[in-house]
Design a protein around this ligand. Sequence first.
Ligand code: RB5
Length: 148
Amino acid sequence: MKIAIGNDHAAPELKLAVKAHLEEKGIEVVDMGCAPGEKCDYPDAAAAVCRKVTGGECTLGILICGTGLGMSYAANKIKGIRAACCSEVFSARLSREHNDANVLCFGARVIGEGTALDLVDAFISTPFSGDERHQRRIDKITALENEG
Ligand code: RB5
């Protein structure tokens, strides 16, 4: 598994903690975010991470800004991306199991490091159920995306 990660200036420290956590598990991380002390706009980081996912280089993406909201709005504009903005583990798990989400977003000003790492663990370890009813609903999301 290879994960793309991105952040804006609200979240460089939490990004580094998540990155270290993933690398400790032997997961390769592609860092598209900004470093501590730098300023960057969340749509740019969201686009960079999502392109890694839609292009097939990375399996999943993680995006962190102040609230997770701006990142999720930007990410969900990109064709093929289903980004889940979460602040608790149940939603992070269900975003994979039911919605086959491919990007996890959260806010460094909303949750602490412990919760962030729990969200990441739930997200990366939960497979899509493959259930026909969930797939049907995801296909309807894709149809809306294709309608424009
Ligand atoms: C940046 O100050 C902040 O607006 C951003 O990190 C994010 O919370 C936007 O949704």
